[in-house]
Design a protein around this ligand. Structure first.
Ligand SMILES: C[S@@+](CC[C@H](N)C(=O)[O-])C[C@H]1O[C@@H](n2cnc3c(N)ncnc32)[C@H](O)[C@@H]1O
Length: 447
């Protein structure tokens, strides 16, 4: 059975690679933008790298840094590898793995067009990665693991190739509830990224069983009918110059490219199923994060130099060791604050900042009253942290509404609640991420 699936997946994506789908088509561009790519990102890589096959943008959440080695599982036309390559820079490496020869050829052509020297592509299945143990800082993947028949083997391989402390940032499809049997047992629905998806809880459990910590599988809330909506605009059989490029609905009643191996009756059946069942009722586009336990790998310095007032002049520490940073908006003053936090507190500040950005990618940042503030545009601030002599105080301005309520607070602190983190405390990243997620969804504090 798994060989039948693998051959069907290879055949389908081989034909997609030969179809000419690209960002030059409005429909394909719209699918990518619906799943989180900016027009600027799409314009920065060869158009043929994007075929509208994604269900998220893992390079936006992976927090890639200069010098890192990143591996993309099921790299398709090279979309995420090429974006990642820019983020890790010439001293880093971006490696794509895909089992479909036509996709590997296409991605190599796209890499050549982009002129990037730090990318490589390997033809291999993602449950047998041709990479050494502990060689990657980050593994990303976009709408692929649902297609793998042996997901436990994929999770084990990811754990093997990651360095201790390395991380996983994946976009994928997972199930919110059981699929109707006629959809769940349909080979075309499998190839179209639906029937191979596993329940959200099973995804998290599988990663824990493979040895990962800080596992999060978050329903990103994307509308999976984004594919179908675009298709409807272009008609069922894509018009020349207006192909749909849809991993789920595909071209509905007709094969995508000249090399399509699946017959039209199968396509027609899937199109009919998708008309009768709303995929959003059963499946979700999920963002998956996990960390391989172990030491945090030596991270290279942040890409942009931290604009501390004057590099020759150290930041002044106020009473309790809190860095004095002038009031300013944006990421740079927050990074300057974090860099100046004394000793172990700086690493904690960086981890807090990473969690917040991961959960709220478009978070608004600023320094106020010598503390970093995090907020949502138009909603005020939801979190701040501050250095004290023996601990770092993380305050949620609507802490009283969080579950569980953070432990710190007094009758005078109104809705605000906090947690004090001391040296040697184990940061409960899952709890912190949950608080951040809840807090960012509440109306924030407007001074
Ligand atoms: C839906 S496409 C996503 C492509 C790419 N990640 C993107 O977002 O543009 C799935 C890709 O994964 C590849 N793929 C599927 N199953 C695979 C497996 N078990 N091993 C390696 N590659 C696989 C396919 O060949 C195809 O290129």
């Amino acid at each position: 059975m798994s060989e039948t699936i693998t051959n069907a997946v290879k055949g389908k994506y081989g034909s997609v690679a030969a179809s000419g789908l690209s960002s030059d088509h409005a429909g394909v561009r719209a699918v990518a933008e619906a799943f989180g790519y900016s027009p600027e990102e799409l314009a920065s890589i060869p158009a043929e790298a994007n075929m509208g096959l994604s269900c998220g943008n893992p390079t936006a959440t992976a927090k890639l840094r200069e010098g890192e080695t990143v591996v993309d599982l099921g790299s398709g036309g090279g979309l995420d590898v090429l974006l990642a390559a820019r983020k890790v820079g010439p001293s880093g490496r971006a490696i794509g793995v895909d089992m479909t020869p036509e996709m590997i050829d296409l991605s190599r052509r796209n890499a050549e067009k982009s002129g990037l020297a730090n990318v490589e592509f390997h033809l291999a299945p993602i449950d047998r990665l041709p990479l050494p143990d502990a060689s990657a800082d980050c593994v990303i993947s976009n709408c692929v693991i649902n297609l793998a028949p042996d997901k436990a083997a994929v999770f084990r391989e990811i754990a093997r190739v990651l360095k201790p402390g390395g991380r996983l940032a994946v976009s994928d499809i997972a199930l919110k509830c059981e699929l109707p049997p006629e959809l769940g047992n349909d080979l075309m629905a499998y190839v179209g990224c639906i029937a191979g998806a596993i329940p959200i809880e099973e995804y998290g459990k599988g990663l824990v069983e493979a040895g990962f910590a800080h596992v999060e599988v978050i329903d990103g809330g994307a509308d999976l009918n984004a594919y179908a909506k675009v298709e409807n605009q272009a008609g069922c059989c894509p018009l020349p110059g207006e192909p749909s490029g849809l991993p789920i609905a595909d071209s509905g009643c007709c094969a995508v490219g000249p090399a399509a191996v699946v017959d039209e009756a199968l396509h027609a059946r899937l199109a009919d199923l998708l008309r009768r069942y709303d995929v959003n009722d059963y499946a979700a586009g999920v963002k998956v994060f996990a960390v391989k336990p172990g030491a945090i790998p030596n991270r290279p310095p942040a890409k942009e130099p931290v604009p501390v007032a004057d590099a020759a002049e150290p930041v002044k520490l106020l009473s309790g060791g809190n860095p004095q940073i002038a009031k300013a908006d944006g990421d740079a003053p927050v990074q300057a604050y974090i860099a100046a936090m004394p000793g172990w507190k700086s690493d904690l500040g960086r981890r807090l900042d990473e969690i917040i950005v991961r959960i709220v990618p478009d978070v608004r940042k600023a320094v106020r009253w010598n503390s970093p503030f995090y907020g949502v545009e138009g909603q005020g601030w939801f979190l701040s942290f501050h250095v004290l002599t023996r601990y770092v105080k993380v305050t949620f301005f609507q802490g009283l509404s969080l579950h569980p309520v953070p432990p710190g607070g007094t009758p005078k602190s109104k809705d605000a609640r906090w947690i004090d983190i001391y040296e040697g405390d184990q940061l409960d990243e899952a709890r912190m991420a949950s608080w951040v997620k809840q807090a960012a969804a509440l109306p924030g504090w407007i001074p």
